[in-house]
Design a protein around this ligand. Sequence first.
Ligand code: CAA
Length: 240
Amino acid sequence: MGRVALVTGGTRGIGAAISIALKDAGYTVAANYAGNDEAAAKFTKETGISTFKWSVAEYDACADGIAKVESDLGPVEVLVNNAGITRDAPFHKMSPQQWKEVIDTNLTGVFNMTHPLWPGMRERKFGRIINISSINGQKGQFGQVNYSSAKAGDLGFTKALAQEGARAGITVNAVCPGYIGTDMVMAVPEKVREAIIGQIPVGRLGAPEEIARSVVFLASDDAGFITGSTISANGGQYFA
Ligand code: CAA
């Protein structure tokens, strides 16, 4: 049995690719998901990866869910904070609810998941936290004041916590995907999406597996000197 890795939003999109890549690299993987039971059941059937349902937006649910994962599989040594949602709207049309949902999941969710795991990682003197931020947290995006704020917040979280974890053998890093061919990007109106693809120098959307490989690297022992860093994987669309 390899180290235990917990991937939030780990049954679909980029998260599913990360779960599978970590499993292939020898980790025992737990994939968290919030709502889509059908996708989770299909994912387990296809991959053999265990799934666990709770919302990262709720602190107590995270603490309880993590306790369940640890009693089933053992201490979590790798945490991938991947779960994320969009509620896109131009700012003048953005409701407080659209703001709150995105901040609660994409930013507070990272706190909610990391905080209960932190004492165990400190005690064991080993941990890997990998936060999936976004190109839009680096550059901002029309229609995504909520999402860009949360994802930029994830980068601040990464850099601050990296300093606290360094002496305890815990690394904290971020990956900023650009536009990847997932349901989230396919939900962008086609005309807008085509315009965005036109701004990507490699001329295509990324594949989820191209993000997953960066995560496997950051989780590895070889990456022990890398902390507080951001890997940008965006086809050349933006150089942070
Ligand atoms: N820059 C400047 N102006 C823009 C613009 C842009 N990027 N995008 C739209 N506009 C303008 C439009 O041209 C339009 O102007 P006119 O009224 O003068 O024609 C005006 O803004 C309104 O545009 P829409 O008709 O599209 O307005 P809407 O309310 O129907 O939709 C929107 C607005 C929801 C923001 C829509 O444009 C949209 O979905 N944009 C894509 C946002 C995006 O990139 N989301 C990323 C999702 S994927 C993801 O988040 C993953 C990741 O990490 C990368």
